[in-house]
Write a protein that binds this ligand. Sequence first.
Ligand code: NAD
Ligand code: DAU
Length: 351
Amino acid sequence: MKNILITGGAGFIGSNFIRYLLLDERFDGNIVNLDKLTYAGNLMSLRDVAERREGKGYEFVRGDIADYPLVADLFKKHRIDTVVHFAAESHVDRSIHGPADFVRTNIVGTFNLLDAARASWKSPEGKRFHHISTDEVFGSAEAGTAFTEASPYDPSSPYSATKASSDHLVRAYVRTYGMPATISNCSNNYGPYQHPEKLIPLMVLNASEGKELPIYGDGGNVRDWLHVLDHCSAISLILKKGRVGETYNVGGRCEKRNIEIVERICAMIEQRMPGRKCAGLIKHVTDRRGHDRRYAIDSRKIERELGWKPRRSFDQGLAETVDWYLANREWVDAVRSGEYMKWIEKNYSMR
Ligand code: NAD
Ligand code: DAU
C-alpha cells in the first residue's frame, strides 16, 4: 500500500477510514480521496485531516467515479497501486424514490474503477482493489440463520441490487482478468460522521430536539450493528492479509430490533438532557417498501483467517456516538444546511 485511491472518502465510513489510516504511525503511504461531494459527502468530516496532512501524503479530488477519463488520469498521475472503494449512493429509502443515481454510481462507477485499474496495472504484483459492500446483498435472514460468504444473493431494494451487481463485477474481473481484488460485506455501521438520514443519528438528533421519532412498521426489524472503527480495522486487515479473490463477511454479532435502539437512545438523551421526555415522541409510520426483516452476519471467516475481532461493545459505542452528535452541532448544522452545499460549489469545482 503506497499510493491509495480512496473513493467516497468524504462520506461516513470513508472519512473514518482515512483518519484511521493517517493516525497509524506505521502508515507511510499517500492517499488520494476521490469524492463527488453529493449531499452525503462532507469535507467538514475531514477538516482535521486536511489541516494536518493536505499536500503531505493526502490529497482531495472532487470528482465522479463514473467519469472514466478522470479516474484513468488519477491512476496514471498518482501511480495508484491500491484502491479502497467506498463511494456509493448508500441510503435505501432514497433508492426506492430514485434508483437512477444508484445504478450510475454503484454499478457504472464500480465498473469504471475496475476498468481503469485493469488498464493501468500491467501486473497484479503489489496491487490491490478492495471493494466495500454490504450484508444487504443477501436479502433478509431467516430466524436462527446468519449470512456466510457462501449465502446466495437475494437483494430486496434498488440499493442492494446495485451493490450486488457491483460485487458480481468485481468477482468477474478477478476470474476473467486476474484482478487482485477482495470484497467485504459488512453489517450496519454506526459512529461519528454518519449522515443524519440514517437511523441512529436521526433518532439522536430528533430526540435531542424534541421532534418525532419515526419507526417504520412495528419496529421489530433487526440489524446487526458494528462500530465504524471496527469496520475500519477489518478493512485494514483485509488489505494487509486478505487473500486475493476472497470475500470476507464483517459483522458485530450485535443484533438489535430497531425499537430497542430507539428506546435506548431515548433513555440516554433523557439522562443527558434533564427535563427532556422522549417516550411520547416515538411514532410508528408506514413501513419501508421491501423492508428486510432481519440481517445477521457470520464473521467467523475473517476472525479465523485474519484474526479480526470487533473491539467496542455496543453499549460503549452507542453512548460515545450519542455524546459525539450532541457535542458536534456545527457538523450537524453544516450537513443539514443548504449553505454548506453552496460553500462547496464555490470552493470545490468538479474535476
Ligand atoms: P455515505 O453515503 O456516507 O458516503 C458515500 C460517499 O460517496 C459520499 O461522500 C459521497 O459524496 C460519495 N459519492 C457518491 N457518489 C459518488 C460518485 N459518483 N463519485 C464519487 N463519490 C461519490 O456512505 P457510507 O455509509 O459511508 O458507505 C460507504 C460504503 O460502505 C458504501 O459502498 C456502502 O454501500 C457500504 N456500506 C455501508 C454500511 C453502513 O452501515 N453505512 C454498511 C456496509 C457497507
Ligand atoms: O446493512 C448495511 C446497510 O446498513 C448499508 O449497506 C446501508 O448503506 C446503510 O444505510 C444501512 O442500511 P439500513 O437500511 O439498514 O439503514 P437505515 O439507517 O436506513 O435503517 C436502519 C433500520 O431502521 C431499518 O430497518 C429501517 C429503520 N428506520 C430507518 C429510518 C431512517 C426506521 O425505522 N426509521 C427511520 O427513520
